[in-house]
Design a protein around this ligand. Structure first.
Ligand SMILES: Nc1ncnc2c1ncn2[C@@H]1O[C@H](COP(=O)(O)OP(=O)(O)OP(=O)(O)O)[C@@H](O)[C@H]1O
Length: 236
């Protein structure tokens, strides 16, 4: 399908249980799509709902109304209504997510953290590790670190492990939440190149980049999330 991700009329409020269940609307009437080979960047001021939107699409936050349609192995799945088992299968096969911070697993070597998504998809450990090594090399992570658990790595080193882990699979949709926030210029350029490769491979990318240089280089289109903010209507 040429449009692997379609978001249709999505709305979300947060319920503040410690404040008498008061409801804080964060976005409403969110409709957009991301085409194959396109990188759409979410824009708008801090606190407007960009990260929340990515978390809704990944299934970490439930939505109140609307549909999140993904092409999952040729079948359209509505993630807003899918059961947890389906969401996990979509994440394994179709929908990747690179968060800002690496969630480290104690005692697992960096190279295995990166290889793990491929192993989870049934690839042999040896070939998954080879691909992991190639990506870590591309991202300039010193080879002396590959066999060490990333818990003690610097912020930028952990972020590169995280990026390698997110980019290693052939997911057809990739969500990127500030993947370059802790990187130096050299490695930001590497990540821009990796995004270009994904686009050429027909992947649909949706990201948040506060770094203007990365945003300009990666974005085919900037989607201003402010247009989906119900707060303007409340203030009026
Ligand atoms: N789990 C949550 N519970 C309650 N409120 C939340 C939760 N997550 C986010 N919010 C609120 O929703 C709003 C949008 O937050 P979000 O992190 O999506 O914004 P953002 O546009 O990504 O901001 P930034 O650019 O600063 O990262 C904020 O007011 C935030 O406080």
């Amino acid at each position: 399908m040429a449009t692997p991700l379609v978001v249709s009329e999505v709305a979300k409020s947060f319920t503040m249980h410690l404040r008498d269940g008061i409801k804080l609307p964060v976005v409403s009437d969110v409709s957009f799509s991301v085409a194959s080979g396109e990188c759409v960047v979410l824009g708008g001021p801090s606190g407007i709902g960009k990260s929340s939107l990515l978390k809704m699409i990944y299934g970490n936050y439930a939505v109140d109304t609307g549909q999140i349609l993904v092409d999952h192995k040729g079948r359209i799945v509505d993630l807003a209504a899918a059961d947890p088992r389906t969401i996990l299968d979509v994440r394994r096969q179709t929908l990747g997510y690179v968060s800002q911070f690496l969630r480290t697993v104690p005692r697992v070597a960096a190279i295995d953290v990166v290889a793990e998504p491929l192993v989870a998809r049934g690839e042999a450990a040896a070939s998954a590790r080879e691909k992991a090594a190639a990506l870590l090399e591309k991202l300039n992570l010193p080879e002396t670190l590959w066999q060490l658990p990333p818990a003690t790595f610097s912020g930028g080193e952990q972020q590169r492990v995280n990026i390698a882990r997110g980019f290693i699979t052939e997911h057809t949709i990739l969500l990127l939440d500030e993947p370059t926030a802790s990187l130096d210029a050299k490695n930001r350029a590497v990540v821009i190149g990796m995004i270009e490769e994904k686009k050429k491979g027909g992947v649909a990318l949706l990201g948040i980049f506060h770094d203007e240089e990365v945003r300009e280089a990666a974005a085919d289109r900037i989607l201003d999330v402010q247009q989906f903010s119900p707060r303007k209507a409340i203030a009026a």
